[in-house]
Design a protein. Sequence first.
Length: 183
Amino acid sequence: MAESTPSFFVRLFMAFAVFWRILLDPVFAMSVRRLRRGQQARKTDEIAEAPKPRLTEAEPNAALQLLGLLQQEGRFIDFLQEDVAAYSDAEVGAAARVVHEGCRKSLTQHLAIEPIRSEPEGTRVTLEEGFDASAVRLTGKVVGHAPFTGSLTHRGWRVAEISLPKVAAGHDLAIVAAAEVEL
């Protein structure tokens, strides 16, 4: 059975749908580009949706516990909650030094943090096909497929080991710093 020519409104709907698909799906955009050039669309360009990552809820307790440790050692929350506009740069710098020292102590005590990339920043690096996109973020003009070659602007950080203290049953981790009353 022969297909009938789509009506104006069907074609208008299709134009909007394809417009958004071209903007949001680079593989589909390449297929359209090849068709416009009179080339055959490749098998890999067919409408195969990329797998969508499964999202899960993050467990907030560890984050609250770490925030409490940063407050305990470095007065991190006190520093961030303070309006520093009224203080001189020297006063803010002196306070930042104390906060930095305490927070760094807490981090090194409870987390083993290592760089993701071992090369010095500024080094030219090549990312082969299949690189871990959660560990390396591409910036600038990103066009085409791997391999990508560019300049390393940040080495990145990864937590290699975590050792948070055990928490007593019933302890409210949402209280990251208890109120203090001097008697």
